[in-house]
Design a protein around this ligand. Structure first.
Ligand code: FAD
Ligand code: SF4
Ligand code: SF4
Ligand code: SF4
Length: 389
């Protein structure tokens, strides 16, 4: 009898590159190749494949996550922020990443989160062992994280230290893949999964080309980069890199991200732009809080925390001493990326072919966003539109 053949991603929109399939494969038959936009997609070596179909079973894009579960009815929603003002100032939203990870690091448990590597100019999901390296994982990086062996490393650690628990942060799709992987390995009970509300994943190759161009113009490498600095307040983020102490704007790159030119195909069809998920907790920005809870507004940022499971509630309760929080609800917390994915720009192909043929400089001129409207105003517009639905 012919062995079964897995079909992992017939269309690019059905794969977020989470690596769960390659991690579970008992024959190491799955490797990843970059496409011309710089996104990684799996390739199966059918000479090694034995047709066990474990890869399909852990693929989050093959699961129906839209059918409600009994857990969904128990979801609790909060506005929250760290009581430590420095933490809030140095985080993208209200600092819940720091608060949650403190709880695990203080017990010497495992924490995994995405850090920017100044050696490779890429974002990597790393195991974090102390608060100093955790602080380096703070801040949203608008670049798709390279997972490579990250899931394997995490699973090895969990198996080696059977007394330890783990806390893992990632985008909705990465965490959905990891959730299925951990369930298949009977390790899910030992891990708290926290996913982000997510606008999308931008090409890491595009980022590298963009930053290399800046570095060659400036004659030195970047020593720091931020996609969401709050010096003008949470709703007016500054985006820049530092080269030899000098501030260089990276606004063109960030505009491409917000406008959707540079996102992975799966982001325009993302199944995780919704409240209900299979993670334990979802965190994001509580956009529009001044309209629904003005007394809790903070110009330096407020987190939205969506607790899906008892495991998630236990962690939230454990950190209450370190946060201020208010109970919210499904209606008040809505924002665009909890309702639908970012729209795929109609001319997306032109952006990428121009990038290939004419280069970064040309695309900065042609595809730059001439928006004077601040993020705050854009969000207001979106919320107004949503409320009319
Ligand atoms: C690409 C991206 C898009 C986002 N889009 C939205 C959105 O549309 N709406 C919204 O409300 N919130 C969005 N967020 C989430 C929000 O910006 C904050 O990251 C989140 O609220 C956590 O903030 P914090 O204050 O708790 O801590 P922070 O200290 O800012 O925590 C940062 C957390 O983000 C993780 N992270 C950073 N970059 C990446 C990356 N490239 N891939 C995976 N994980 C990463 C870190 O590991 C860490 O866990 C997005 C985040 C990212 C990374
Ligand atoms: S079917 Fe099994 S052996 Fe084949 S690629 Fe998938 S996990 Fe690997
Ligand atoms: S979404 Fe993840 S598990 Fe599914 S094919 Fe892509 S990399 Fe593999
Ligand atoms: S928008 Fe969806 S598919 Fe894209 S990175 Fe975010 S969670 Fe993944």
């Amino acid at each position: 009898m012919d062995k079964r053949k897995p079909n992992l991603c017939e269309n690019k929109e059905e794969c977020c590159g989470c690596t769960a399939c390659a991690t579970v494969c008992p024959k190491q038959a799955i490797t990843f190749d970059y496409d011309m936009e710089g996104f990684l997609y799996p390739r199966i070596d059918f000479t090694k494949c034995v047709g066990c179909m474990k890869c399909e079973a852990v693929c989050a894009f093959k699961k129906d996550i839209k059918t409600p579960t009994p857990e969904d009815a128990k979801t609790k929603i909060f506005a929250a922020k760290s009581r430590n003002k420095d933490v809030v100032a140095n985080s993208s939203s209200g600092g819940m990443f720091t608060v949650f990870s403190d709880a695990f690091l203080e017990r010497d448990d495992i924490v995994a989160a995405c850090q920017y590597s100044y050696e490779t100019d890429s974002v990597v999901l790393s195991i974090i062992s102390d608060k100093e390296s955790r602080d380096k994982a703070r801040g949203s990086k608008y670049i798709q994280a390279e997972l490579k062996d990250s899931f394997n490393n995490l699973i090895d650690l969990l198996r080696k230290h059977s007394e330890k628990k783990a806390l893992v942060f990632g985008t909705g799709c990465q965490i959905a893949g990891l959730n299925l992987l951990l369930e298949s390995m009977h390790l899910r009970d030992r891990v708290v999964l926290v996913d982000l509300i997510c606008h999308g994943a931008a090409s890491s190759n595009l980022w590298k080309n963009y930053i290399y161009k800046i570095e060659s113009e400036q004659g030195d490498s970047i020593s720091y980069v931020t996609f969401k600095n709050k010096r003008n307040g949470w709703e007016y983020p500054s985006v820049f890199a530092l080269i030899d102490g000098k501030e260089i704007s990276i606004k063109a790159y960030s505009d491409w991200f917000y406008m959707g030119w540079s996102l992975r195909e799966s982001c325009y069809k993302c199944p995780y732009t919704r409240i209900d998920r299979r993670s334990d907790i979802t965190i994001g920005d509580y956009w529009g809080i001044q309209n629904v809870m003005p007394e809790f507004y903070d110009r330096m940022g407020v987190s939205l925390v969506i607790v899906h499971t008892e495991r998630g509630m236990e962690l939230f309760n454990n950190v209450r001493y370190a946060i201020d929080s208010r109970l919210s609800n499904r209606k008040d917390c809505l924002q665009p990326r909890l309702i639908s994915p970012q729209l795929r720009p109609r001319d997306r192909e032109f952006f990428w072919s121009d990038m290939q043929e004419k280069g970064i400089e040309y695309c900065i001129e042609k595809y730059i966003e001439h928006y004077d409207t601040s993020i705050k105003e854009k969000i207001k517009e979106c919320l107004k539109r949503l409320l009319k639905i």
